[in-house]
Design a protein around this ligand. Sequence first.
Ligand code: SF4
Ligand code: SF4
Length: 323
Amino acid sequence: MKVWRYAGLMLTYRCNAACRFCYYYCGPQADGLLPTELAVQAWAALRRLAGPSAKIHLTGGEPFLVFDRLLEICQEAQRRGLGGADYVETNAGWVGDETETRRCLRALDETGLKRLKISWDVFHAEFVPADKVRLLVRLAQEELGPDRVLVRWQHWLNALDDTAALGESERLAVMRQAMAEEGGRFTGRAAETLGTLFADQSPDELIGRHCQRSILGAKGVHIDPYGNVFSGQCSGMAVGNLHTTGLDALWKGFDPDASDFWKTLCQAGPGGFLEPTRVLGYEPQARYASKCHLCTDIRRFFFDKGRYLSIICPNECYGTQGV
Ligand code: SF4
Ligand code: SF4
């Protein structure tokens, strides 16, 4: 199993946006707040695991909606000698007053933050006006320096002010293009809202597409506000929870062969669940966009049935809380 070298600390599932391509169901009604101590312990554990190459980023939801917690975690990590975060990821939707925005950026800068990553594309554009993004880019470049500000994706910012003027079919065509370009994964809300746009493979065609590389070869993890640890980008299925096991102990102790859920995914992929779940009443859709789309559909079935309770979680990955 590859050593985890990065951890994305998800401060909250709350977000000013509710993007169609979200891997979770983040939105204004979603919740959760990552405890500072849990976050800093995970940070320290990653340093023990990966040494100086450990990289921590802070994300959400929208982490600036819980700015006090964001700052507290960065300050505490600095106080314990863990270094600055690699980056904080934001959609710029929180930006309003220029002075307040500068104050937030300076405060993070003082904790040793290396970069600010501003995410914006056709999906974010449904919720965050381009002008806010441009304002944050300018202020961040002035406060942190241009080299420390990443815009993902600059070409969308150049090309698209907002999607309000687009009709739904035109908008979907642009989203289809973005999903292909950005390599988006059909899990969480993305599976529900975009999966059918791309659905061109029968469940049987997805049999045998195993996930060994995604699970055992993941370069890092995401840690949600409740301490759930997701391998790489595989949201909604926890390899463990930091409230009971430290991150380095989790990595050392993770044994897919000891759990039929992980063993099936590693050896056969989500297609390996088709036969056993059909017996339980699962009815697959006619077509899926990818194995991750099928995986999400089957996990939703497990979630509804209360199966694999310690793995299939939390509500915010299955759309049962918030929007
Ligand atoms: S993709 Fe990011 S900005 Fe969009 S709803 Fe999810 S967390 Fe919020
Ligand atoms: S199919 Fe499931 S386990 Fe495999 S990579 Fe996709 S989300 Fe992860």
